[in-house]
Design a protein. Structure first.
Length: 160
């Protein structure tokens, strides 16, 4: 038994939905618009999350810079005081801090790339929505024109 009852049910529901949407174009349009709206909101949320993550990374980078400023003179002081082991430990700590800083910079760079990609998608989605509105206006005008034409035809047929 390849298909479980749940898979068959899902297929059946998908088929029924497709049939319904084919028979009701207006509902299909509404569903499409709702999906576009949901996608737009998801993109905006992702963009805000990226901004927040980037801000946190910037704060971490600033904190790392302060730690490096703090430990650099300590390492030098230990070397000057004739404590090479302590100076070496301090230098190793500084190297680790700098490694962490490079990792954060790389992640911040990736956030920038992702932000641009999402921003491009948001612009495309906005343009699509704008065109959809234009199309809706045109469709409405066509509908009204057809209604008026039908009304005129009925009036003409009654007068003759």
């Amino acid at each position: 038994m390849r298909n479980t009852w749940l898979e068959r049910l899902e297929e059946n529901l998908d088929e029924k939905l497709s049939e319904f949407l084919q028979a009701n174009k207006y509902q299909k349009t509404l569903l499409t618009k709702q999906n576009q709206k949901d996608q737009f909101q998801d993109l905006c949320l992702k963009q805000e999350k990226l901004k927040e993550d980037a801000q946190n990374h910037r704060k971490e980078l600033l904190a790392l810079a302060e730690k490096i400023k703090e430990w650099t003179p300590r390492a030098a002081r230990a070397r000057q005081a004739g404590a090479p082991e302590l100076a070496e430990k301090a230098s190793a700590h500084i190297k680790e801090l700098m490694k962490d800083g490079r990792r954060l910079w790389e992640e911040l760079d990736q956030f920038g790339i992702q932000f641009k990609e999402i921003h491009t998608k948001i612009l495309a989605q906005s343009e699509k929505t704008k065109k959809g509105r234009d199309s809706l206006s045109e469709d409405w005008e066509e509908f009204e024109t057809k209604e008026e034409l039908e009304l005129l035809k009925r009036k003409n047929s009654l007068n003759h």
